[in-house]
Design a protein around this ligand. Structure first.
Ligand code: CMP
Length: 140
């Protein structure tokens, strides 16, 4: 089933200059870019995006990190895009991420973990519409 998922190349990975390598990984694994932009989020935008985590002890630090520099926001589309993207990313904590995954290759720690990907169809819909109106997403 063709699905859409939201992907973010976080500020740590943008600063490391690995946007191209991450996009190559998606392309090599059958995930197409259906929308893409680079933005430098405001604190309010980062807090809104991560609202489900607002009670967590790491919320303030996480949202500070997300506004520390520009991030690349993408809609990826493809067969089982949500789970495929999560496989390519690896575990949230890079110390636990499998060899060859994006987080193993590029993350710094559990917070500065290079990439974000939606975890389920409902979250994917909410996260995509948080950043992209339907008109900015291609259907091919
Ligand atoms: P992400 O997949 O974007 O979803 C929530 C983010 O919170 C996660 O990646 C990490 O960047 C961050 N995060 C999750 N757990 C922790 C933690 N224990 N300490 C700090 N940051 C965390």
């Amino acid at each position: 089933m063709t699905e859409r998922t939201l992907s973010i190349i976080k500020p740590d990975a943008v600063a490391k200059g690995v946007i191209g390598k991450i996009i190559d990984c998606f392309a090599e694994n059958g995930l197409k870019i259906a929308a893409m932009k680079m933005i430098h989020m405001s604190k309010r935008e980062a807090e809104g995006f991560y609202a489900v985590h607002k009670e967590r002890p790491f919320f303030a630090s996480l949202t500070d990190f997300m506004i520390s520099g520009p991030a690349v926001i993408m809609v990826l589309s493809g067969e089982n895009a949500i789970s495929k993207n999560r496989e390519l990313m690896g575990a949230t904590n890079p110390a636990e991420a499998a060899e060859g995954t994006l987080r193993k290759r590029f993350a710094t720690d559990i917070e500065k973990n290079a990439v974000h990907g939606s975890d389920a169809p409902e979250t994917a819909r909410t996260e995509i519409s948080y950043f992209f109106p339907e008109l900015e997403i291609v259907n091919e």
